[in-house]
Design a binder for this molecule. Structure first.
Ligand SMILES: O=C1C[C@@H](O)[C@H](O)[C@@H](O)C1=O
Length: 277
C-alpha cells in the first residue's frame, strides 16, 4: 500500500512544487486534481501538453505513482460547484463533462496513472431515480470506451449528496455497466459519513474492485473532510483490513479544505499514517 496526497489540499501550489514537497515528506503517490493550475484542459495547448510531458518525467524520476482526480470545484463552471456533471439536466452540460473526461483520460495515459477517479454528480432536476440512473449510465458508457481504448481504468467514487452516494447505489450502477475498466474509488470518510460501517468489512467485500482510496477523518452524517484525529474514525482496523486484502494501490489523503496550510497538513497526515501502514 502506497501513501499519497491529493493536490486539492495543495490548491495554491504549482504541481511540480507539490510533487517535490510530498516526496520530501515521504509520500510515494500523488492524486492530481485537474484544475486551473494543474494539468488544465484550457489555454495554450502547447504549454498544457508540455506540462503533462514534464510531469510524467518528474513523477518517473521521483518514483511517484499517480491517480487523476476530476472533482475540481469551479473548473468547468465558475459559478456552480462541480457542475456540469454526468447527470446534468442539459445535454450540453453532460457533453462538456465528457470533453473534460477525454482530457483527463489522455492525461492519465501519458502519466501512466493508476486510474481516473469520477463521481456521479448531484441531481439538479426533478426526474425519477430511474431516469437519473439512465442518464448516468448513458454518460459513463462512452467514457469507459474511450478509457478502455487507452488502457485507462475508471475508479467510480460514491459521494454523499450525489446521485450515487452509498455502496448499495454503487451496486445498482455496477449491475448496469458491463466494462472491465469500471472499478471503484473508495473514500473511507464517505463510508463513515453514510453509516456504512464497520469500514473494514466494506474493504473486505469490495477489495477486488478498489483501484483508489481516499482518506481523511470525518464525523457520521457530516460530509466534511477533517485532519486525522478531528473526526470519529478508528484507523487501525482499516489498515489491518487493507493489509489482509493485500491492497496494492494508493491511499490518498484528501484534505481539500486545508490548502491554506497545505504543506503542514501533508506532513501531519504523513506522521499520523506512517506507523499504520
Ligand atoms: O469531498 C469530495 C469533494 C470532491 O470534489 C472530490 O472529487 C471528492 O473526492 C470528495 O471526496
Amino acid at each position: 500500500m502506497i501513501l499519497g496526497y491529493n493536490t486539492n489540499g495543495l490548491a495554491h501550489h504549482d504541481p511540480f512544487d507539490a510533487v517535490e514537497i510530498l516526496a520530501e515528506i515521504g509520500y510515494r503517490a500523488i492524486a492530481l486534481t485537474i484544475d486551473h493550475l494543474t494539468l488544465t484542459p484550457f489555454g495554450n495547448t502547447y504549454l498544457a501538453t508540455r506540462q503533462v510531458d514534464l510531469l510524467a518525467k518528474t513523477l518517473e524520476e521521483a518514483k511517484m505513482r499517480s491517480v487523476i482526480e476530476t472533482g475540481a470545484r469551479f473548473l468547468l463552471d465558475p459559478r456552480h460547484k462541480h457542475e456540469p456533471t454526468f447527470i446534468s439536466p442539459e445535454a450540453k452540460g453532460r457533453d462538456l463533462r465528457y470533453e473534460f473526461m477525454r482530457h483527463c483520460i489522455d492525461t492519465a495515459q501519458t502519466l501512466k496513472s493508476d486510474c481516473v477517479s469520477v463521481w456521479s454528480g448531484r441531481l439538479l432536476d426533478d426526474v425519477s431515480a430511474e431516469v437519473a440512473m439512465d442518464r448516468l449510465v448513458a454518460s459513463l458508457e462512452p467514457v469507459l470506451d474511450y478509457a478502455a481504448e487507452r488502457n485507462v481504468t475508471i475508479g467510480f467514487e460514491p459521494e454523499p449528496g450525489m446521485l450515487i452516494d452509498t455502496m448499495e447505489k454503487f451496486d445498482q450502477l455496477q449491475q448496469r455497466i458491463d466494462a472491465p475498466n469500471f472499478q471503484l474509488t473508495l473514500d473511507i470518510g464517505h463510508l463513515h459519513c453514510q453509516g456504512e460501517t464497520p469500514i473494514a468489512d466494506y474493504l473486505r467485500r469490495y477489495g477486488d474492485r478498489v483501484v483508489n482510496i481516499h482518506l481523511e477523518d470525518m464525523r457520521a452524517g457530516v460530509h466534511e473532510h477533517l485532519p486525522f484525529g478531528e473526526g470519529e474514525i478508528d484507523f487501525p482496523p482499516i489498515f489491518q483490513a487493507l493489509k489482509e486484502i493485500d491492497y496494492q494501490g494508493t491511499v490518498n489523503v484528501e484534505l481539500s479544505r486545508h490548502s491554506h496550510d497545505g504543506p503542514n497538513m501533508a506532513k501531519n497526515a504523513y506522521d499520523f499514517l506512517k506507523p499504520l501502514i
